[in-house]
Design a protein around this ligand. Sequence first.
Ligand SMILES: [Zn+2]
Length: 307
Amino acid sequence: MVFFIIQIKPLKQNLYNVLKCFFEKLLYILTNFIIKIFIYLLELKLNFVRLLKVYVIKVILIFMMGSVFGSFLNVCIYRIPRNISIIFPSSFCPNCKKNIPFYYNIPIFGYFLLKGKCKYCKEKISFRYPVVEALSGIFAILCYHNWNSYIAFIHFLFISSLIVISYIDIDFQIIPDIISLPAILISILLSILVFNRDVLITLIATILGGGIFWLIGKLYELFAKKEGLGGGDVKLMAFFGAYLGIKSILFIIFVSSFLGTIYGLALIAFKGKKTSYAIPFGPFLSFGALLYLFYGEEIIKWYLKNL
Ligand SMILES: [Zn+2]
């Protein structure tokens, strides 16, 4: 009994110590836990900010590279139909032929730096120049988003050729063979070697693309007794068939005829043009090809499901 009484005090003390210890541990674990969550969130935020920064810098760089390439496309659009070399001489004013200093050749900014006028003769510079540069920059970003490395670059070159072809067609109502014929050949090679398509199907797609369009043109001639579609459009469709594959052909023809018809009707309704007024068809075909490149598969899938 005596023993017990002696022992009770230390036991009480012990219990108190144990509880104290327990709560201290609990507090320690809790604070640790809160600090860890705090650090985790902070790191997450820092990581996010860092990723965002890297992403923004990447996008800006890609836009800049794209727009520099766009100023080269402007050179192509102006010079190819005029048979001037695209490499030499360096940039000049179309009006006074004076050389443009390199610091005014900065894409997009150069135009605004010059306030849209030639530094020497004050001739208005077409607003198309910064537009083409901005378009190239935007498409460079879109390509980077949609495809990985070298495929993105190849598709970007394809889109660039569409920009050049469309503007030349708008200006001169021609699609130069010097662009379309090499484009067909390169596309056949890319289709087989890079996109891993069947050789025979690629050749059929090329011939079918051009062939269908040639046939439509011939039928139109037969019934309307005048030429409707140029040979340039036929070669352009062969190019698209070779590059985008056999499934793209009907898609592009459908989209471009639809848009072309709407545009034609709008011209007749609002600008009082005659029904015989010829509109360049290259930009509409190019738009169809562009739509197919980015969303063709999805649109066809959606269409077949909802048929
Ligand atoms: Zn000038």
